[in-house]
Design a protein around this ligand. Structure first.
Ligand code: OVM
Length: 402
């Protein structure tokens, strides 16, 4: 027996958005989803889906109706025990969500980050110098998109050296685990206990350096703004949400430039464009493709009645390429104003680390723009499949030096 949507004229899709083919290239499925209607019932998982910008944006804004506290993955915390203690930010709603959110927004805010900009620029120059000294052909994923965040972010949080190699694999599994229990999740399962223990160990007060984001979170516990039990879980949020996302965001912007050479020329004319470029790449590739919400009441969207307690899959990546909202959405265009994209989400849960991500991206882009006149793909590119992330395994590039 297949479960049926309550409104009989709701479009139905039997496609599995987490299948190999869709993860390899999600764009045709997303176009079909948007065409089918504002809300589509996904038969395979007995959930609803939204692929158009207007409805995704509206639902993300209405956290009272579309809650996060029942989990932002397929699994509904009402019926299934979460596989790890839920995130105090991502998988919570007001009022519990608000104190952790307020603390992180301050610690990761533009004012606090100014302190880091100079040393990150020096790190970027050293990384790029060393890389270009070895040659003009390299892998933009491993040598840049992964190398730069891994060089600066763990230090910024203040975690020890030991266990840093677990950050990317842990994040990869968490983002897979938001999807269905498919082979990607099964592949990660054997290491879950080990990786979770490693990450938890890095959140403890006594292992963190005194000047990092981690110590600032513990200082908030000392002030009584949050409890001592909350502090390590908020550090965990940084380690979970702050690595795979930025790696794939940087990979996205490097891929976009490598395949749009004229745009690289424009970036070289002025460093101010690097921030627009990064947000345009986040719109264009949407490193975080999807998140679920759960209805807290019966709600009608575009003629479909979604009953209370149901899961809805929000296609951020699809909304960011909805032609109803964006002119020529399939073009990476530095002339466009990408603001309003939902690649960082929207509303009260919108990425609290977005200023960190933008600083990382603009730092590495501006460093590269000074040294490189052009970059192009010069070998077979390979995607990394993940149930939530639009990710890269390999982007071989050749660059020309200034
Ligand atoms: C968290 C968390 C984990 C994954 C993603 C995310 C994109 C947050 O643990 O808070 O936001």
């Amino acid at each position: 027996m297949t479960a049926q949507p309550i409104t009989s004229d709701t479009p139905v899709s039997n496609v599995d958005p987490f299948s190999y083919d869709v993860l390899e290239d999600p764009l045709p499925f997303q176009a079909a989803l948007r065409e089918a209607g504002p809300v589509v019932y996904l038969e395979k998982y007995d959930v609803y889906a939204m692929g158009r910008y207007a409805e995704v944006h509206a639902a993300l804004t209405d956290w009272q109706t579309f809650q996060s506290a029942a989990g932002v993955g397929l699994s509904n915390f009402r019926y299934e025990k979460p596989w790890r203690p839920p995130s105090l930010l991502l998988e919570a709603d007001p009022p519990h969500h608000d104190a952790p959110r307020a603390i992180l927004s301050k610690i990761l805010g533009p004012r606090e980050l100014r302190r880091l900009a100079k040393s990150w620029a020096a790190d970027a120059e050293e990384l790029v110098d060393d890389l270009l000294a070895k040659g003009t052909e390299f892998d933009a994923v491993t040598d840049l998109a992964a190398a730069f965040p891994l060089r600066i972010f763990p230090d910024a949080v203040g975690i020890p050296q030991e266990g840093r190699e677990n950050l990317l694999p842990y994040g990869d599994h968490v983002f897979n685990a938001f999807g269905p229990p498919n082979e990607l999740v099964a592949k990660g399962a054997p290491r879950v206990a080990e990786l979770s223990a490693s990450i938890a160990a890095q959140c403890a007060r006594d292992v963190l350096t005194p000047d990092g984001f981690g110590a600032q979170i513990w200082a908030a516990a000392d002030r009584g703004d949050i409890t001592e039990a909350q502090a390590p879980l908020i550090v965990r949020s940084l380690l979970t949400a702050g690595v795979d996302t930025t790696v794939n965001g940087l990979a996205a912007v490097l891929f976009a430039f490598a395949t749009n050479p004229d745009q690289w020329g424009r970036l070289r004319e002025g460093p101010a464009l690097s921030r627009t470029a990064f947000d345009e790449a986040v719109r264009f590739e949407s490193p975080v493709q999807t998140f679920f919400r759960t209805t807290t009441r019966d709600i009608e969207v575009g003629g479909t009645l979604i009953p209370e307690g149901r899961k809805i899959l929000m296609f951020l990546g699809s909304a960011n390429r909805d032609p109803r909202r964006w002119e020529n959405p399939e073009i990476f265009d530095l002339n466009r104003d990408p603001s309003g994209h939902v690649g960082f989400g929207f509303g009260i849960h919108q990425c609290v680390g977005q200023h960190v991500a933008r600083l990382e991206a603009s730092t590495i882009l501006n460093t590269l723009a000074k040294r490189i006149t052009s970059l192009e793909i010069n070998g077979p590119t390979r995607r990394h499949h993940n149930n939530t992330l639009r990710a890269w395994e390999s982007l071989p590039v050749r660059v020309e030096l200034a």
